[in-house]
Design a protein around this ligand. Structure first.
Ligand SMILES: C[S@@+](CC[C@H](N)C(=O)[O-])C[C@H]1O[C@@H](n2cnc3c(N)ncnc32)[C@H](O)[C@@H]1O
Length: 275
């Protein structure tokens, strides 16, 4: 029987996987550092095609499902816990799915990784609802986060939010009004309504079940979905404020990633601008 891998084993194995990006955190949070910004299509992926992000991807199986279903897209799973996405990275390598890759970072720093208009769509799958987050610095659909998403999305690009939390669902819709994003679809019962409410591609994408979703469905919870569209550029003022709130001193001085994992000092990814 295959040995169960520890977190450390997965961090070590990630170092060998072509599809995994683990740029040094301290370098990224230093002033004006960037990584692959504007270059995902030309330097990281085999083909220059529209880029989909799954933020908080966990094991990365949804990202992999999307990549398999839509070979004409590049899919990047993003999570701060890279031992979790080891599974998606390894499985996709074994299966030869070449249009999915994984990036370890905190979502607060997305502007360091993506140029304006570089991203075609964003999926947020089963994010922590963060019900007590009054300042909007933790809930991943707060107006601050939506400002950052708008800054990297192309015009007409969409944010898809799939959640078991009614609170997160309702707040996301409220925050969209505040952020100037247009609500282009919603349902409080995805699996009962996805085919009648949405076009085939969205209905199919909503049918891919994530690891957390599987758990919530077994517990009998309903799955909600909100779809937001970028219809205007975010103002420089709103973006500056969002970055100030999300990348403040507390975020910059967070502990380094756990001891022993070793940030990848890879040259093969040509970390342009990461100095
Ligand atoms: C509840 S899990 C959901 C995982 C996966 N999407 C699923 O549905 O199975 C939330 C994930 O988001 C990641 N996460 C939470 N906040 C994050 C942040 N600020 N930056 C990057 N990842 C984050 C966590 O590490 C975790 O893997």
């Amino acid at each position: 029987m295959a040995r169960r891998l520890s977190k450390r084993d997965k961090w070590a194995e990630n170092q060998e996987l072509e599809r995994v990006h683990e740029p040094d955190r301290d370098a990224i949070v230093s002033e004006n550092a960037t990584y692959m910004k504007g270059e995902w299509g030309t330097k990281a992926f085999d083909q220059d095609q529209p880029l989909t992000l799954e933020l908080g991807c966990g094991q990365g199986l949804f990202a992999m499902d999307l990549a398999r279903r839509f070979p004409d897209r590049n899919v990047l799973g993003v999570d701060v816990k890279s031992h979790r996405f080891y599974r998606g990275a390894k499985d996709s390598e074994v299966a030869g799915v070449t249009n999915v890759q994984f990036l370890r970072t905190r979502i607060q720093w997305l502007d360091r990784f993506f140029a304006p208009d570089e991203v075609s769509e964003i999926w947020l799958t089963f994010s922590d609802p963060q019900e007590g987050d009054k300042r909007g610095t933790k809930r991943l659909t707060s107006p601050y986060y939506q400002a950052i998403y708008q800054s990297v999305l192309r015009m007409g690009g969409r944010v898809h939010v799939k959640t078991d939390s009614q609170d997160l669902y309702e707040r996301t819709l409220e925050h969209a009004a505040e952020s100037g994003m247009k609500v282009t679809g919603q349902t409080a019962n995805v699996h009962a309504e996805r085919h009648e409410r949405f076009d085939e591609e969205i209905a199919e994408s909503l049918g891919f079940i994530t690891a957390f979703e599987d758990r919530w469905i077994k517990e009998g919870r309903r799955i909600h979905y909100a779809q937001l569209e970028k219809v205007q550029d975010v103002s420089q003022e709103a973006l500056t404020e969002a970055l100030r709130m999300l990348q403040g001193p507390a975020e910059r001085t967070k502990p380094r990633f756990p001891k022993g994992r070793g940030d990848k000092a890879r040259v093969t990814w040509s970390p342009a601008g990461l100095d």
